[in-house]
Design a protein around this ligand. Structure first.
Ligand code: MSP
Length: 650
């Protein structure tokens, strides 16, 4: 019997920045769903990729003195490395610069034109380059981009337009007749009330003022609008419009497009209209998730508050980070990212609850039975309840996973983990172990624990692909059937004579105080690199900078007028620095080398045009220059002699 298909996608990411933990959130969630569906026996196609065209990329590449393609190639390598690190099991990676995609987009554009859905006119309006989006005067918020709040540019160009307005009523009807189409339901009302019901305007779908994009093949000089280009990836990746469209026939329509809330509009209005115009079926579901928020705002490089997923995974391991993202934030809502919350989750849920359950179980089987359980086993009065909790957990987890409610699914699993730890306290194996006549009962308790752990390991597998391997290894489980999703419906499938292998602690506890300071420092370093590098490329060692490059750095003499330690951060000092007429607050990692008292009165050199960042939630508006050597010494750069604060350093 052939398997049912399941086609799931992430948005394709702009390779204009290094991706941060917010992007990883979307991809980890999509990966979890893809893994879950594979385990449930579906023939899954999981698509991700990069959205590589547009004015913004063209400008960044120009600034860097490379071609746009060279620029995106380097970032794509980095993105793929990130997905590998995070164990993202995508089946296909589409790049909008791939030939198969370019050809498909040209065909789509031509088809829409031939059908009369695209027409030529001229465009006058406002364009937000970072969002690659057009706005009318009416749509702007205080003259700025309504999505990101940045400046917009006035454009007047001869352009092609797509008849979006023609599809308005059909889209409204589709949304109203298919309650599952937009998830969660709040996003549906947003689309209907804010965009569809007030009326759609036709969409400008070509540009002539830059080159980096897919050319309209029947009209030289026109470039296909990046959103038409980008949205088409969902079908070009399946071979639509190409020589081999077997995958398209097999997998389209998509079962779910997972997207962030700010791009739900493109996916539930523009994309359906394009598909209707192409006479193709619509995706079954668009799931609009919330944002990872930091210090009350969306994480973004322009705000200088990005969190580097590579730093986090290096420190705590991929499963801990994936668990945190899936558990801490209800999928669909915004959620706060803090280092404290991450470390607390690792300590309480992973080290204490799950880690302890495994290590206690294995250690007891070793201690009381030399590592192998005898087949003679009897039950006890608490088994019934534990088994009932296992069965309920399995049922609820399946229900939540189907709805992509990952946080609820993990909450259920952890209730079971805690129920098992409680079972140890209730049954008191250490008391029973003293009574030779109760060995079968003791063995039965160990069996119940091991079997529950096996079920837990299977249930967490979609979200945490590595931890189950270690749990199975320590419980001596080789049989692949016992690792399958189906096996969780069969409590007792594990054979009685379990042979354990003691292993490492799966999640070591973290010293919160020490770790927070270190983490803060690693984050700061990575963010400074990221902001400085723009695209995160390595600087070649033989590359010189020009005097103009150097002149971009604004250095001034500042007098430290106040200085104090930052609470719970061993390495940080917070200084108020007088620079001419203004006073700036600067946070620096120099507390190990200077006391606050030593700093006051010093005339230091400050970088004054660095983008402000928040360190430990405290605003830092510059950087004190300091020299450090390999021996671990650090000295602040001060000026030789008397000079007014605010004086420029050149
Ligand atoms: N290129 C477009 C998507 C085209 S899809 C046909 C794009 N790219 S993006 O790189 O800016 O964003 C990709 C996804 O990352 C979006 O779904 C966006 O919501 C998500 N996130 C970016 N920052 C995020 C957070 N801070 N939190 C959660 N998701 C975030 O949009």
């Amino acid at each position: 019997m052939s398997k049912d298909k399941f086609y799931i996608t992430t948005p394709i990411y702009y390779p204009s920045d290094k991706l941060h933990i917010g992007h990883s959130y979307c991809t980890v969630a999509t990966d979890t769903m893809a893994r879950y569906k594979r385990m449930r026996g579906f023939d899954v196609k999981f698509l991700t990729g990069t959205d590589e065209h547009g004015q913004k990329i063209e400008r960044i590449a120009k600034d860097k003195g490379v071609s746009p393609k060279e620029y995106v190639d380097s970032i794509v390598l980095w993105v793929k490395k990130l997905w590998k690190t995070l164990d993202i099991s995508y089946d296909y990676y589409i790049r909008t610069t791939d030939e198969i995609h370019v050809k498909a987009v040209q065909k789509i554009f031509k088809k829409l034109y031939d059908n009369g859905d695209i027409y030529k006119s001229s465009y006058e309006g406002w364009y937000c380059t970072p969002c690659e989006t057009f706005f009318t005067e009416r749509q702007l918020t205080d003259g700025k981009c309504p999505d990101c709040g940045r400046d917009v540019e006035k454009l007047k160009e001869e352009s092609y337009f797509f008849k979006l307005s023609k599809y308005q009523d059909r889209i409204i009807k589709h949304i109203e007749e298919n309650p599952e189409f937009i998830q969660p339901p709040t996003r549906k009302n947003e689309m209907l009330n804010n965009f569809l019901k007030p009326g759609l305007e036709d969409l400008c779908v070509s540009r002539t003022s830059f080159k980096w994009g897919i050319p309209v093949d029947f009209d030289q000089g026109h470039i296909v609008y990046v959103w038409v280009d980008a949205l088409s990836n969902y079908i070009s990746a399946l071979g639509y419009g190409g020589d081999d469209d077997a995958d398209f026939k097999k997998y389209w329509p998509a079962d779910v497009h997972v997207v962030g809330k700010e791009i739900v509009r493109f996916h539930t209005i523009v994309w359906p209209a394009m598909l209707m115009a192409l006479d193709l079926p619509l995706p079954k579901k668009i799931f609009g998730h919330g944002w990872l928020i930091i210090d009350g705002g969306k994480m973004s490089k322009s705000k200088g508050n990005v969190v580097d997923p590579m730093v986090l995974t290096e420190k705590y391991g991929v499963d801990a980070i994936r668990y945190f993202l899936l558990r801490e934030i209800a999928f669909g809502q915004d959620g706060n990212f803090t280092n404290e919350a991450l470390i607390n989750r690792i300590n309480s849920d992973l080290a204490n609850d799950l880690g302890n359950l495994l290590s206690r179980t294995v250690a007891m089987i070793e201690k009381y039975f030399g590592g192998t359980l005898p087949s003679e086993q009897t039950g006890n009065e608490f088994d019934k309840d534990v088994i009932k909790v296992v069965e309920n957990t399995v049922r609820n987890v399946e229900e939540y996973m189907e709805k992509m409610l990952f946080s609820d699914a993990f909450t259920e699993i952890w209730n079971l983990v805690r129920r098992c730890n409680k079972y140890i306290d209730e049954t008191t194996p250490w008391v029973i172990a003293k009574d030779e006549s109760r060995r079968a009962e003791l063995a039965g308790i160990m069996y119940t624990l091991s079997e529950a752990l096996r079920v837990i390991a299977v249930l967490i597998s979609p979200g945490m692909p590595n931890t189950p391997k270690e749990i199975f290894k320590q419980l001596g489980i080789d049989d692949e059937n016992l690792k399958s999703w189906d096996s969780v419906h069969n409590f007792g499938a594990l054979s009685k004579e379990i042979k354990v292998n003691k292993g490492n602690v799966i999640f070591p506890r973290i010293d919160v105080k020490k770790e927070l300071a270190e983490l803060e420092e690693a984050m700061e370093k990575s963010m400074r690199e990221c902001v400085a590098n723009k695209g995160g490329e390595e600087k070649k060692s033989d590359e010189f900078i020009t005097i103009d490059d150097f002149a971009k750095v604004e250095l001034k003499v500042g007098e430290v007028i106040k200085c104090e330690k930052v609470e719970k951060a061993d390495k940080l000092l917070k200084s108020q620095i007088k620079i001419g007429a203004e006073v700036r607050q600067v946070v620096s990692g120099i507390a190990k080398f200077y006391s606050p008292e030593e700093m006051v009165g010093k005339k230091v050199v400050v970088v004054t045009n660095l983008k402000p960042v928040k360190l430990r939630g405290i605003l830092s508006e510059g950087m004190i220059l300091a020299a450090s050597d390999d021996g671990g010494n650090l000295k602040a750069v001060t000026v030789d002699g008397d000079i007014e604060s605010g004086a420029e350093v050149r």
